[in-house]
Design a protein around this ligand. Structure first.
Ligand code: ADP
Length: 243
């Protein structure tokens, strides 16, 4: 059985494997920020990247949904807003991210999916990164508006493993059933059409302006066309940019 223990690569940075020099100087932790509208493929790319980089994916949407599922205090606070496609309070997500970044497996680097989404979140994140000496790379997934609508309205998700499907672009082998878990696929509450519009408005008004903020702060930012090529090709482009 293969061991993937944390000691195995001596705490080396991203992609460090047995072929790396054992005494290589540790690099700064990498904060890979996947940025883009709902439906741009942030979740899909995170899942591809985490396998290669061996970094955790930090998805505020997934974390919030988990709190809602558990029905705890955070979940109760955010549920209605999520169902309506409105952003939840900055202090709630900032705290979740801060706690998550404190966990040991985020020490070498991490993938941020769906965070930051407001100016206040971006400022908090910059403080957290400075405290860790982490380098940020922002990958802006650029997708045509009509394409986003088509992707979101056809989206289905496995409630067990989170795998995303699309009726048109990526159907499951058996309609309505997850290829991996055999579970019945669901439509997320916030993938209904009127909610999709809210989410896109939130992106346009509150999140998209952060591109300018990242530029002002001198962060490495790359636009990646995520409209016309399949996820695997987009993933290869991202890898080439960060390696
Ligand atoms: P998508 O990117 O497709 O809209 P997510 O799963 O990232 O989906 O987010 C779902 C919902 O969770 C959002 O509509 C919002 O209500 C809430 N949410 C997730 N991340 C944040 C965040 N960083 N700030 C505020 N709200 C968030």
């Amino acid at each position: 059985m293969e061991s993937k223990g944390q000691v195995a690569n001596g705490g080396l940075p991203a992609g460090a494997g047995s072929d790396q020099i054992p005494n290589a100087k540790p690099q700064k932790p990498l904060a890979l920020i996947l940025f883009g509208p709902p439906g741009s493929g942030k979740g899909t790319q995170s899942k591809l990247l985490l396998k290669t980089l061996d970094f955790p994916q930090i998805s505020t949407g997934d974390m919030l949904r988990e709190h809602v599922r558990r029905g705890n205090a955070v979940g109760t606070k955010v549920e209605a807003k999520m169902k309506a496609g409105i952003l939840v309070k900055d202090e709630v997500v900032n705290r979740l991210v801060e706690e998550r970044l404190a966990q040991p497996n985020a020490a070498r680097g991490f993938i941020l999916d769906g965070y930051p989404r407001t100016r206040a979140q971006a400022e908090t994140l910059c403080g957290m990164l400075a405290g860790r000496g982490a380098e940020a790379v922002v990958i802006h997934l650029v997708v045509d508006y009509n394409e986003v609508i088509a992707r979101l309205t056809g989206r289905r998700q496995c409630p067990v493993c989170g795998t995303l499907y699309n009726l048109k672009f990526k159907p499951s082998k058996v309609p309505g059933v997850c290829d991996l878990e055999g579970a019945a696929l669901i439509v997320r509450d916030d993938d209904r059409e009127e909610v999709i519009r809210e989410r896109l408005d939130a992106y346009q008004n509150q999140t998209k302006p952060l591109i300018e903020y990242f530029r002002e702060k001198g962060k490495r930012l790359y636009d990646v066309d995520a409209s016309s090529e399949p996820p695997e090709a987009v993933f290869q482009k991202i890898l080439a940019l960060i390696q």
